[in-house]
Design a protein around this ligand. Structure first.
Ligand code: B12
Ligand code: SF4
Length: 662
């Protein structure tokens, strides 16, 4: 066969070291059947090379040649580029360059970035590619390779669309029998590196696609024809065994739009994994109203430890216009059922949907922050991105406005942005729908604030809302109005003093705020990275405090001990000292100090010999009639703990804050 090779390329997605990093799973899926059919395949992953430090960030002027020349050197017969909505314009520019310099290379662009762009893309960019893969690539690429090898390219290639051959665009209807597709060609990549670099450090396994619902913001239903397909549990477990045997991986994330879409599939999967999975933990994504409490418990016993769900809105009205769910309470049921089943959960809601008014927005913020109170590991929001082909995009085509890149660090050189902006009707992923809602700038800032308050000062905002009736929106607006550069803590203190609160509320809120401040000091973390990338772990600041001590007017910590129920309980008015510290295992611990513990702590912090301090305090307790042996045990235990805490923060002395009311 006069066939050299097929080269599959992932272009640069994001140039920030902290951006999420994932396997190019789509390319691995495509590579495998090609190889099985006898075609040599290679993967060139620029995203990996950049993160690994094997290449520099390309220059704005030369990036196209920089990324294309290595491709030309490899002289592939077929080049497959994988595109996301954000990277599709860059793929087109690379394709145009290659078509000029090496016109013999057959260029196919596939991936989610292609969704919804046909047929108009063919009219304007027909010189940038030969084919687009509208859905899955496994069968389509083999079909193309076979035809190229047979020199038979005159007619339509099933699964591929070409402005030069096929008119009009016909989405591929004959999806492959997913269980018969070979396992992704993991061995084509240095998997150990990917596992080490992945954020989060969990291994994605492709389970299938499609969902029978039709939420208006989602492209899944449109492009997979509302068809649910998933690999059988037997096939999945065999793949996990392969990944364990070859790379020692035991924690997985199953990639499927809606794993729990089909009751029969879910139950057969649970059943098989309950009986056959003794080793692996796994996560998945579901629609919140698709799983019941008993199913969640069964999933837990089958190895499921983490679930992602899109709650999407806290407003019944907006949920309805999204064509998502009928009730917001379905999300709350899901949170509670996950807690009961001991499954960690993450959520995401969409803000900025058309006609979202301030009441809807407040309801969504409430849902998002309540998710944290219910124990969500991560509760995030994203601004509605009107993806090409999504129903909401079609319905609002006259109110779509270009806003540019929405993701921090996205690789978008000026030519890419120009192309996208000049063709904004095709690349709607860079736009915002301004229709009866607030501005994009507002929602973007709100996203940052949600990410901040779901991780920092959570108790303060939750308390202000739940106990003082202050809206999240008013807190957010005050934060947004603050001068740039003002530390958030300072702004918060100002917001807080401006609020219309009773004396009791003010005093309690001051105590909660102080507790949150102490917690932040004890964390000693840089928060900017995790705000840019929710998967990144925040880094420790050098020389940061790892513990903090405060004295407040109320025993407020107990208010949050059993969220969400306890927030309505009273917090006794009592001078209370809290020590907050980070353990060697990175756990945050808050303990209430009694008077003698406080004196012991002060003595140890002042670098008094531990033994001396402990002896003095134990003697003091004995003088007060406390059994000497018991006093010794308690004091020694406390002394050991305090000494440990002080060593953790060896570079700095503890924060000694007194926030009692005057
Ligand atoms: C994991 C994931 C992510 C990860 C990583 C993405 C990645 N792999 O690089 C993270 C969390 C970073 C992410 C981010 C985002 N994502 Co995302 N993500 C997914 C998810 C859940 C799985 C992707 C995946 O790996 N699937 C499995 C593989 C096998 O599928 P695949 O890549 O699509 O590949 C198949 C075909 O597309 C095709 N194919 C792919 N490449 C090629 C190349 C050639 C040559 C050919 C012929 C075929 C082909 O064949 C493959 C095999 O069948 C999908 C939903 C889904 N079920 O696919 C959403 C999805 C891709 N994400 C989506 C969105 C909206 C986003 C965000 C914009 C969200 C946000 N607002 O922040 C961001 C930004 C992404 C960007 N930069 O453009 C949308 C659509 C995006 C789009 N049109 O580009 C999807 C479809 C979810 C949805 N239903 O709305 N995402
Ligand atoms: S339930 Fe989820 S996957 Fe299904 S259409 Fe709605 S958002 Fe998309």
């Amino acid at each position: 066969m006069s066939f050299h090779s097929i080269l599959l390329v992932r272009p640069l997605i994001n140039i920030e070291r902290n951006a999420p990093f994932f396997l190019p799973l789509g390319l691995l899926c495509c590579a495998s059947p090609l190889r099985d059919a006898g075609f040599p395949v290679e993967i060139l992953d620029y995203e990996y090379l950049l993160r690994r430090g094997a290449m520099a960030v390309p220059d704005d002027e030369t990036w196209i040649a920089d990324l294309c020349e290595p491709i030309i050197e490899k002289a592939p017969v077929i080049l497959g580029l994988t595109a996301l909505a954000d990277t599709m314009p860059a793929c087109l520019l690379m394709g145009r360059y290659l078509k000029q310099v090496a016109p013999e290379i057959i260029i196919v662009i596939g991936g989610p970035g292609v969704f919804g762009t046909t047929p108009e893309i063919g009219n304007r960019f027909g010189d940038c590619f030969d084919y687009l893969c509208i859905n899955e690539g496994e069968v389509a690429l083999v079909e193309l390779a076979v035809r190229v090898a047979a020199n038979d390219l005159g007619t339509e290639v099933p699964g591929l669309w070409s402005p030069h051959v096929t008119e009009p665009a016909v989405p591929y209807q004959g999806f492959a029998e997913i269980d018969e597709l070979p396992m992704p060609a993991y061995d084509l990549l240095p998997i150990a590196d990917y596992v080490e670099m992945a954020t989060p450090r969990i291994f994605d396994v492709y389970l299938g696609t499609g969902c029978t619902y039709a939420c208006k913001f989602c492209v899944t239903s449109t492009f997979w024809n509302r068809t649910f397909r998933a690999k059988s549990p037997q096939t999945v477990l065999a793949e996990l065994d392969y990944l364990y045997d070859n790379f020692g991986i035991t924690k997985f994330n199953f990639l499927h739009d809606n794993f729990a879409n089909k009751k029969d599939y879910l139950e057969s999967f649970i059943d098989y994994f309950q009986n056959n999975n003794q080793r692996y933990e796994w996560g998945c994504a579901v629609r919140p109203d698709n799983v019941t409490a008993p199913q969640l418990r069964a999933m837990r016993s089958a190895g499921c430890t983490m679930i992602f769900c899109g709650t999407d809105s806290g407003s019944k009205r907006i949920l309805k216009s999204m064509a998502k769910m009928t009730k917001v309470t379905k999300s709350y049921d899901f949170f509670e059922n996950c807690r009961d089943a001991d499954i960690a959960f993450e959520t995401n809601a969409i803000i900025g949907f058309p006609h979202e008014d301030d009441t809807d927005f407040e309801e969504t913020l409430t849902l998002v922050i309540d998710a944290v109170a219910h124990g969500a590991t991560n509760s995030d929001v994203s601004v509605l991105q009107p993806l090409p082909g999504a129903q909401v995009t079609k319905d609002n085509s006259d109110t779509i406005t270009w806003v540019g890149p929405s993701l921090q660090g996205a690789f978008l050189p000026p030519q890419v942005l120009d192309l996208a902006e000049n063709n904004a009707d095709i690349f709607t992923g860079f736009a915002f729908i301004r229709n009866g809602n607030r501005s994009f700038a507002f929602y973007r800032e709100a996203t940052q604030l949600v990410r901040y308050f779901t991780r920092h000062y959570f108790r303060t905002v939750y308390f202000l809302k739940e106990r003082c009736g202050v809206t999240y929106l008013s807190i957010f607006e005050a934060m947004m109005a603050a001068n740039e550069g003002t530390p958030l803590e300072t702004t918060f203190a100002q917001v807080f003093s401006d609020l219309d609160l009773t004396d009791e509320q003010r005093s309690l809120a001051a105590a909660v705020f102080a507790l949150d401040q102490a917690t932040e000091a004890a964390k000693g973390l840089h928060v900017s990275t995790e705000i840019a990338n929710i998967y990144a772990r925040a880094h420790s600041q050098s020389g940061a405090q790892s513990h903090a001590l405060i004295t407040v007017d109320h025993e407020v910590h107990g208010l949050f001990a059993a969220l969400p129920e306890s927030i309505t309980h009273e917090a006794p008015h009592a001078i209370t000292r809290y020590l907050v510290f980070r353990t060697a295992e990175d756990q945050l611990v808050t303990i209430k100090l009694s008077g003698w513990q406080m004196r012991l702590w002060s003595a140890l912090a002042a670098k008094t010999q531990p033994d001396d301090a402990a002896t003095t305090v134990a003697a003091e307790l004995a003088d007060r009639g406390i059994d000497r042996d018991r006093a010794d045990v308690a004091v020694n235990r406390a002394a050991a703990l305090f000494a440990d805490v002080l060593q953790i923060g060896a570079t700095s002395s503890p924060v000694l804050a007194d926030t009692r009311s005057p």
